[in-house]
Write a protein that binds this ligand. Sequence first.
Ligand code: PHE
Ligand code: ZN
Length: 878
Amino acid sequence: MYRETPQPIHLKDYRPPEFLIDRVELRFELDPECTHVESRLDLRRNPAAPPGGGDLWLDGEELRLTHLAIDGRVLASTEYRVDPRGLTLYQVPDRFTLETQVEIEPSLNTALKGLYQSGDLLCTQCEAENFRRITYFLDRPDVLARYTTTLIADQARFPVLLSNGNPIARAELTDGRHSVTWEDPFPKPSYLFALVAGDLSLIEDRFVTASGREVRLQLFVEPHNRDKGEHALNALKKAMRWDEERFGREYDLDFYMIVAVSHFNMGAMENKGLNIFNDKFVLARPDTATDADFDGIESIIAHEYFHNWTGNRITCRDWFQLSLKEGLTVYRDQEFSSDVGSRAVKRIRDVRALRTHQFAEDAGPLAHPVRPESYIEIDNFYTATVYDKGAELVRMQSALLGPTTFRHATDLYFARHDGQAVTIEDFVRCMEDASGRDLSQFRRWYEQAGTPELFIRGHYDAATWTYTLNVRQETPPTPNQPIKRPLHIPLAIGLLGPDGRESPVWLAGEPEPPAPGTRLLELTEPEQQFVFTGLSERPVPSILRGFSAPVRVHDDLSDADRLFLMAHDRDGFCRWDAAQTLHERLILALVADETHPIPEDYLAAFRHALGDTTADRALLAEMLTLPSETYLGDRMAVIDVEGLHRAHRHLMCELGCRLRTELLAIYDSHAETGPYVFAPEAVGRRALKNLALSYLVYAGDESGLACCRAQFETAHNMTDVMAALGLLVDQGGDEAEAALQSFYRRWTGEPLVIDKWFSVQAKFARPDALERVKALIHHPDYSPHNPNRVRALVGTFAKTNQVCFHAVDGSGYRFLVDQVLELDPINPVLAAQLLKPFERWRRFDAGRQALMRTELERILGREGLSSDVFEVASKALA
Ligand code: PHE
Ligand code: ZN
């Protein structure tokens, strides 16, 4: 909690640490009420740092210091000073051992930073700057040390005691306590430290690495979740094999441990050898988890595993470099998911998420570059920009280098920087050194915020058989960055002949045409022209294939061109994108004019697609899914909340009516047969079936409704149950209430399923949605102390229920801010996360803007606000 205005930290102020820590010995006497932490640090002056004043600063927060000694000598009170942020030791020697003892209170730690209690467990979360809540330390990622950790706790209450690395000693103590000592042979930054203590049940598997070493894979869950760990372990084994094959990366310890906890602010944490997970991203059984849950688990398990090389073995010099590990690791998990599932579908989902969340961030008051230049609270920078745009930057470099050279470049990165704390610059340098390419202009992507826009015009000249593409790039201004320079943009394109076949993308002046197919153009100028030759007829250009760069494209294609691409493009992403643009234009036309007709050729295209029994089911479902109201709003000059909702509904309803026969046929022919399997084909079938069902129900179709009821009653997998429940709740009435009640009764005792029960009630634009959400805040199962529960109810309401959250009377805004203010003293990270929807506030009409501004000001008027919430609210208003 801050008293004065929190001050930003700047990248330009980075200085190497004055001291290094070679070895750390920790001894914990664990107790939820009062834990004693003893530490012994071997410190020495950093030869690489400019000489300082001789004092040593150590970070430390919320610690009660009980002992302090240098080389065995207890310090007098004149030799140091303690303040709320840390400890200053006056005039220390060049090399010494520091002993400290502190006390901390895990059971009162509701912020879930440092050592905290989750149910009956004790666990830690140290990224980014929370190790300082455990002991006094140089809590910065460029200080790498070897850790030995002894955990002591009551044996009955905490039979399992875990920390990083390998267990090297165990002992039973006489007072009912026991101890386990762990040693981590790899030097690591403090943010990767972890410990877990509790009564956990072990599910064990094994993996033999490429070089023949056996690794024990240990998944720890609370005993009643033993039957929900198989999927996560399988995902882990797949990820380990994939990283060996694709990146040549082998695992390096004898144990790989994963612990599932039910209180966690984020998705999961890559602590060395001991990942700690939000249990939502570990636990799954067909009847408790949806396909989306299974999918999320697979990719997050992989993500944390991949961090072992990109994050842990090679870490970040400072937190401005966060995307060095996160962008690269997201890129790696995306590639993994593409290889084990469907590449096109994965790409489509990632692009949809990027356009919805990251583009909005780039267009809002908190826009920041992938490598930010300043921050107040680093917890606020685990953003879509750092993660997902960061991954796009890695993807673009891999496209520019090509697969073989990119692999050489990553090999070089791993070889050159293993064991170091490095910068994004070091990564890009490896890309350059391995390829001989000059990426100086490309580096601007890391420095410039904002989504570049491409304006593309095509012209066919029948006389010369040439097709000319004119491409102009422009990046809009963002806070503190009024002027943008042109970027180096890889633009993948194809040219389709009238028969739908690929033409060679042959640049005028080249002696011979290349083989037909995709070609990567490179944009570097504000405006560029490409002349393609050898085209006897006007081609239809397939632009930004595979979404080759995170940009917005404004082209001059006609609806007919888009229908053509939708039917013929070999690039799955472009087929989907063509369909999305058609949906989008139609919905926006309907917002402007409710009577706008639904074009027959549009309907015919979808009728045709639905009839194509050979097409990939998942891809078809993606094509038929309308863009969300949130995304569509971002495409309007001023967001018309009600108009969009009406138009969206209207189109769903029309599609349901006009394609009824085809949709019913899909529903009937895609019924579940046999037991649930999580495999791309089966997931795609369920997605398409449930999409068909939703159109039918929105159209008020009686047989659709009957199918929906039956599905809710009889389905054995959570994907189908939730699809039906959502539709019933959206319809409202007694049937919805009855369904909710039976669902609740069936699933009490499964918190992750109860989260779904909360969120399904917050999601839909029912007139009573806000009243219902407010009532649910008082439900005995609701708790502000469990982030998953808060996000399920409050987060879902503010993020997905556009109509009710943006109610004209401001009731939705008031409700959210009441919740944020109540949560802030409990859990500032979570409180700040919930404020995300307010970042769009300037995109609405004057009335709503005024209401949102008032609420943001109300936040800033609160005394004792956390720096997390202060940063978001104050920057939103700036
Ligand atoms: N480093 C984690 C990841 O992306 C995310 C995280 C950040 C978790 C901060 C907790 C706290 O894998
Ligand atoms: Zn990560």
